[in-house]
Design a protein around this ligand. Structure first.
Ligand code: GLC
Length: 550
């Protein structure tokens, strides 16, 4: 497979990377949970799709209290997913196909069942074991109140109180910016730093091409852990915070400079992609300065409403801010954390420039799908790299009517978070057949989240060979992109910006025109690819085209 990049540019500057949410991709063992055997058996799908790399969500031993983002052993594979030997074989097979592999690194916190945390709980306040985490005495009489006002991303206080060893009540509090099962590590401790440096080396030695850094702005905390100044009922909204003591603290950059130096010691263009939800493109760009991450997800783009002005602003801000530090943009429409974009775009669009969640109300799936088809042509024509989330190539929407008893997301369990539970976007993929489990599992086990019967026409098998399918659109777009990006390089220029439509050019050969719900827009070139039916000489609402300009 040829690299999609300007001649000589490293692969990650323009790669299209497919996110594999392992539990829900394909199940080879037959227990109803996706695994490495399932993934290995379905690599043909990714090859045919035409992506450049895979990002695999955490595959480590874990009690799975947060879908595997609660890690017990950072150098192992969870038995439900397979073995380390299988992971080695998978890495070789991916490379054998000319693809690359990125894995998750979760360093803000461990699982509460990590040996370090167990030892900390079994040790007295003030002991060296407790220094690996943030343990503090409580405030108020008897230490009954949390040590400060910090809140958790999953709702409620970021502190939980634990009894001292041998006691039943009382005791210190520990910090967890996510669920109670994910205690935050103390990154001022040299052992914590050394441990993760060895973890990075372990996976780079095994041949992974990149690491996705989870919750990247969280690792460093302001010394003394002062109050943030939250008011009762405030939500965890780091994209709105300025100068917070718990997030995006400047000291975090020292950690990533050390990591980058380790990465640069390996041959073959290894890379980091950061999950960096911070306040604006300029703060994001700080993580992409020379000597830090190579790329970071564009988490503004994943939240932008389907409106020309908002879309225009986010693209402009991103390219301007990242251009200043010489970093490529990395676009993303859906992930395992956010509502799928068919659902997002099928709702009433929020008024502001960004929205952390879809507006309440019914989803118009037809409309959402038409916009989603246009959106992927928009995204894949932008300069930089892009991430696809498994199932978007099938046009899947969120499964919003999952019965409460099957829901697994700790956000759901806490009930206190403003973020919608994420199970809806994590339902196992439909591969073939007319009824659930749609070829997802090879055995008697039922998919760990139930698939809706209506997915019968969304399976890979049902769409394969249908030129009008979403799958056909993705394949055609990725194929064309492979040919166009080397010609276009990093070039970009707006050609049309109106209330209803956007058009931009990528060199002399490629222009993308998107109608985001306005009147039909006249075509300015010869159509190479269209997201939907055109009207004579024009592009109708909620449709995008790639053209060769006249
Ligand atoms: C990231 C992950 C998310 C996880 C959280 C805590 O945001 O993408 O799934 O819950 O970090 O690790």
């Amino acid at each position: 497979m040829t690299d999609v990049s300007a001649p000589g540019a490293p692969w990650w500057r323009s790669a299209v990377i497919y996110q594999v949410y392992l539990r829900s991709f394909a199940d080879g063992s037959g227990d109803g949970v996706g695994d490495l055997a399932g993934l290995r058996s379905r690599l043909d799908h990714l090859d045919t799709l035409g992506v450049d790399a895979l990002w695999i969500t955490p595959w480590y031993p874990s009690p799975m209290r947060d879908g595997g983002y609660d890690v017990v052993d950072h150098r192992g594979i969870h038995p439900v997913f397979g073995t380390l030997d299988e992971a080695r074989r998978l890495i070789d097979e991916i490379h054998g196909r000319g693809l690359r592999i990125v894995i998750d690194i979760v360093a803000n916190h461990t699982s509460s069942e990590h040996p370090w945390f167990r030892a900390a709980l079994a040790s007295a306040p003030g002991s060296p074991e407790r220094e690996y985490y943030h343990f503090r005495d409580g405030a108020g009489p008897g230490g009954d109140l949390p040590p400060n006002d910090w809140i958790s991303a999953f709702g409620g206080s970021a502190w939980t109180r634990v009894p001292d060893p041998g006691a039943v009540t009382g005791g210190q509090w520990y910090l967890h910016l996510f669920s109670t099962a994910q205690p935050d590590l103390n990154w001022d401790h040299p052992d914590v730093r050394a441990y993760f440096e060895s973890v990075l080396r372990f996976w780079f030695d095994l041949g992974v091409d990149g690491l996705r850094v989870d919750a990247a702005p969280g690792l460093a905390k302001r010394p003394g852990l002062p109050d943030h100044g939250f008011a009762a009922g405030d939500a965890f909204a780091p994209t709105a915070w300025e100068s917070s003591p718990l997030w995006d603290v400047d000291a975090v950059h020292d950690i990533y400079r050390t990591w980058r130096a380790i990465c640069d010691g390996y041959p073959g263009d290894r890379m980091f992609v950061g999950e960096v939800p911070v306040n604006g493109a300029d703060r994001l760009a700080r993580y992409l300065r020379a000597g830090e991450f190579h790329t970071a997800f564009n988490l503004d783009f994943i939240k932008v409403p389907w409106r020309a002005s908002a879309m225009h602003a986010v693209v402009d801000e991103t390219l301007t801010a990242l251009g200043r530090v010489g970093a490529p943009a990395t676009w993303v429409l859906s992930s395992h954390d956010e509502p799928r974009h068919v659902t997002r775009y099928g709702r009433r669009q929020p008024p502001g420039p960004r929205s952390t969640r879809p507006e309440p109300g019914p989803t118009d799936r037809e409309l959402g799908l038409r916009r989603a088809r246009a959106a992927v042509l928009l995204m894949l024509a932008l300069p930089g790299g892009a991430y696809l989330y498994q199932g978007e190539e099938l046009g899947l929407e969120d499964v919003e009517d999952l019965p409460p008893e099957v829901r697994d997301d700790p956000i759901h369990a806490s009930g206190a978070s403003a973020v919608p539970a994420r199970d809806a976007c994590r339902v196992p993929l439909p591969w073939s057949g007319a009824a659930p489990p749609f070829g997802f599992t090879a055995g008697p086990g039922r998919p760990w989240l139930p698939q809706p019967a209506r997915w019968a026409d969304r399976t890979v098998a049902a769409q394969d060979g249908d030129p009008g399918s979403v799958l056909a659109l993705y394949r055609a777009a990725l194929d064309l992109r492979h040919r166009l990006v080397p010609l276009a390089g990093d070039t970009f220029g707006w050609r049309l910006v109106t209330d209803g439509a956007l058009a931009f050019g990528r060199g002399h050969h490629w222009e993308c025109l998107v109608n985001l719900g306005g009147d039909p827009v006249p075509l300015g070139g010869e159509v190479m690819l269209s997201s939907g039916p055109l009207v004579p000489g024009a592009v109708p609402a909620d449709t995008a085209v790639w053209v060769t300009p006249y």
